[in-house]
Structure formats: C-alpha cells, structure tokens
Design a binder for this molecule. Structure first.
Ligand SMILES: [Zn+2]
Length: 496
C-alpha cells in the first residue's frame, strides 16, 4: 500500500503576542520528503511509530511535510495555508494513495484576521474533499487539544496520547498506523462522539500518574475494555486557546455503535467535571517561596508555570530571579532566561568575563520588566541538548551561557527553549543538589520527573506570564462557550 504521512502540529496561545511564522517552524526543523523519515525512523515519536509499522509491512511511504515548533502565538495565515496546500497537492499528485496518517496537536490557532476557526479541521476536511471517502484518514493528537465535529466528521479515527508527560506518542503512532489497516480492510467501522465538559483548566495538575487525572485514566482504561470500544481519548483542552472549540472534551470511538460512544464519552466527561476543583493548584508568592526555600534544609525547586515556554510563555520573565536576588540567595539556579542579545554578549566576552547586562523581558509586554545585574560568564554551551528523556531526539537551541550572579547560576539562552523534561544543569555540568533553590520554567509535573532523585520539594510560584495557571488572569476568552469553569461561577449541577 502507499501511505501519505505528515505532521502539522502547533499549540497556539491566543494571548501570546508573538505570531508564529515559517521561521519559527524552520528553527525547529521544518522537513519535507525523505528527510522526515531520516529524522523520525527509530525515534519514539508519532511519526517514528507510523514509519515503523509501515516499513515493517514493506509499504510505500509518501512523506509530505513535517512542521512543528514550540508553543507560541497564533500561526501566520500564509504559512498555515501553504502547509495545508502542500498536503492537498501531494494527495492530488498521488491519486493511488491508500491512506493518510497525520500527527497533529489539536490546539492550533491561525491569526484571527484570517477567519480560520478550526485549522486542523479545515486541513482534514480539505484532504477528505481531495481523496474521497475510500481513503482512510487517521490522526494522532496531543491531549492538550480541543477537538471539533469537523475533525471527527472528516477523519476515520483520531486518538490522543494518554500520558502526561507525553511519553506514549510513539505507541499512539503505532496504534493508529495499525488501526489504519483495519479501517482500510473494512474490519472496523469507527464511529466517534465528542462530549465537552464546560471546563477551561490550567495544565498545572494534569499528570497522568498523579493528581485528578489518575482516576480518570483508570476509568478510561476500564471503559476501553467494553466490547465494541475502539478508543477513548481525553482531550484536556489547551488553556491558552480563545476559540469556540475550547474545552475539556472526551472522544469515544466505537465500532459502529454511536449510542455506546455517546454514553461512555459522557461518563468520562462527567467524572472529570466532578474533579474540576482538584485541577486548580494553590500558588505561593515569589517572596514567600524564596523565603521558604532559604529556610529549608534541602534544595527546593521553584516552578515558574506562568512563563512556560511549552505553553507559549516567552521564557524571559525574570520575576523570580529578581526575588532571589532581593532575598540574598547565594547558591541558586535559573533554567532558563531567553535573551538573544545577552547570550551573544556573553559568548563574545568569553568565559571568565564580568558583564553588566539588562536581562530578560524583551519579547513582549506580558512577562514583566528586565533586570539590570552584574555577573561572570561561567560557561558557553553550543551543542544541541536532548528534548526529553524518552524520544531520543535533540534540539539545537543555539548558545546557552551560564551567568554567575553572586552564586545564582542563570542559564541564558539565545533561543526560546523548553527544558522541563531534562536536567539542564546536569547537561551543563552543574549540580542542582548543591543549590538552595533552582527555578524551572514549565509544568511542575514534568520538572518533578526530570529532577527525580535530586530535588524532592517543589513550590508552584505565583509569577508573571501568558501561561499563568490562574486562567482568569490570561484574558477575556470571549470566543469560548460560556459559562465555563473556572472563569464563571457554576453550581455543581450545571453539568452534565
Ligand atoms: Zn501536550
């Protein structure tokens, strides 16, 4: 068989000022044709899973385009339409394809003026219009996603990862590729029903192995064993999306049984509604968090979820660093501050040089103010760093300079970089266990895992940025169906 594969994946934060352009995708590896297979073969990614199944069966793979980049603002319209056209053109030029496998995110937005309300849905619908009903289209989604009826109507099967952190992307790629053969052969007839619970939840407490999601995944697994069920996917929503599709939703797919799909999707969504308050985590002020860490007799992790580069944060808020300096911290770390200018200044000055710099808060007006400080350049790192501990992929982040500010080691990066799934300090040759406290930008659930065995206590800090875990601070969410928890007061019986 001949299978078209590709990836178009972005988590777009409506409240991030930075428009996501082709240059942003290119910086993370915008690939076309055979280079996609070279990049993903043997890797624990969605495409790696597709490729493994298809190559094992000696099928012909038609790799079209692979475009993904760090979460940031909405995608520039011209780029979106260009990638969509590439997929459609490839399908048109290859009328002999037997199926289409896609790796999507499910939380993409396109710049508002373009009027593209459902980018993934319009992509899938355009492919469906091109290939007709006989060519199966299947897609894997990130669970921080908002599905739509347009997507479900035009795809044969969509499933999301189950794990957060997303360690099962590859397994879901394998699963969808295998399901494709069953759909193609007519062995299954997937019917999907989406149920939305009126919740717009922060990502702060969505780990699949602790907190409220544990019981929901247990329920999902139990219900997935019901005869006739093909998949249940929990789309937890992306809290930075100001769109009509936003919301915590559950998609249940059965083998030709819509009533069963509806009943089970509702059951999981209702169970999530019951737990809605558990998704909200109490935050500690910067000053209190730093003081608590100074008083502790163990290294403390300070979690900066408000400026999470994996959610659209600019990764250049220095709010917590300012609090550390004000409280006289003498052994600390900050991972990371994106400041292109300062990283280059540090590289030019060289290791050992003393510099006075204005650091951080240069990307937009939503991440506080820069801080002026003096520091010594301890290290300049130029090699790619691992993306995480499981996919086997690396990421060229440009320069990383370590600035020693009276004992606080600040990792300054030339580009925005996500480090929540790794111990960047270890990669750079520093030991977090020797620090009184270290700041990490990202979600605590990822960071906790990355620092396992080194830091036991983490404090979620009330800081500054477009990924603030109190979603009420992000914006008006005027396109989101209301009422929605926790933006609106809602009685317990408001849902289901
Ligand atoms: Zn995600």
């Amino acid at each position: 068989m001949k299978i078209l594969i590709g990836q178009f994946s972005h988590e777009s934060n409506s409240y991030c000022e930075h428009l996501t352009t082709e240059a942003d995708f290119a910086a993370m590896g915008l690939r076309r044709g055979a280079t996609i297979i070279e990049r993903h073969r043997g890797k624990k990614t969605v495409l790696g899973g597709f490729i493994e199944v298809l190559e094992d069966g000696e099928h012909e793979i038609l790799p079209v385009v692979s475009a993904s980049t760090l979460p940031s603002g909405p995608v520039e319209a011209g780029f979106y339409h260009g990638i969509k056209s590439e997929f459609v053109a490839a399908a048109r030029a290859n009328p002999d394809i037997d199926a289409i496998l896609l790796s999507l995110h499910g939380a993409m937005s396109v710049e508002e003026s373009a009027g593209v309300l459902d980018p993934e849905g319009e992509l899938i619908a355009a492919l469906r219009a091109e290939v007709g009903a006989s060519v199966p289209i299947l897609a894997v989604y990130d669970p921080h996603s908002d599905t739509t009826q347009l997507q479900l109507d035009n795809a044969d099967l969509t499933i999301s990862y189950n794990e957060e952190p997303h360690r099962d992307a590859y397994e879901r790629g394998l699963e969808v590729a295998r399901r494709m053969f069953e759909v193609k052969a007519g062995a299954i007839n997937p019917v999907s029903v989406r149920e939305r619970a009126p919740m717009l939840l922060p990502a702060i407490n969505m780990a699949s192995d602790q907190g409220p999601m544990v019981a929901l995944h247990e329920l999902r697994e139990e219900l997935e064993r019901t005869p006739g069920v093909i998949d249940i996917s929990i789309h937890m929503g992306f809290y930075g999306t100001n769109s009509p599709s936003q919301g915590f939703s559950v998609v249940c797919t059965t083998d030709g049984e819509p009533e069963l799909a509806e009943r089970l999707a509702k059951q999981v969504a209702a169970a999530a509604w019951e737990k809605r308050r558990e998704f909200i985590v109490e935050l500690t002020s910067i000053d209190d968090a730093v003081k608590q860490a100074l008083a502790a007799d163990e290294p403390i992790g300070l979690i900066d979820e408000a400026d999470d580069p994996a959610g659209g944060g600019s990764a250049d808020s220095v709010a917590i660093l300012r609090g550390m300096i004000a409280n006289g911290v003498s052994a600390g770390g900050v991972s990371t501050i994106k400041d292109t200018e300062v990283a280059r200044q540090m590289a030019a000055a060289g290791v050992g040089a003393e510099l006075e710099v204005s650091l951080g808060a240069k990307t937009d007006s939503l991440h506080g103010d820069p801080i002026t400080l003096r520091g010594a350049v301890r290290l300049i790192h130029r090699d790619p760093i691992p993306m995480d501990k499981w996919t086997g992929t690396t990421h060229d982040v440009g320069l990383i300079g370590v600035l020693d500010v009276d004992g606080i080691l600040v990792a300054v990066t030339e580009r925005k970089v996500v480090t929540e799934n790794i111990d960047l300090f270890e990669i750079l040759g520093f030991d977090v266990t020797a620090m009184q406290m270290a700041v990490f930008k990202g979600l605590g659930l990822h960071i906790r895992q990355a620092l396992e065995g080194k830091i036991a206590t983490f404090i979620p800090v009330d800081a500054v940025g477009v990924t603030h875990p109190d979603v009420r601070q992000l914006g008006a969410f005027e396109h989101v169906p209301r009422p929605v928890y926790p933006l609106d007061e809602m009685p317990d019986d408001a849902y289901p």
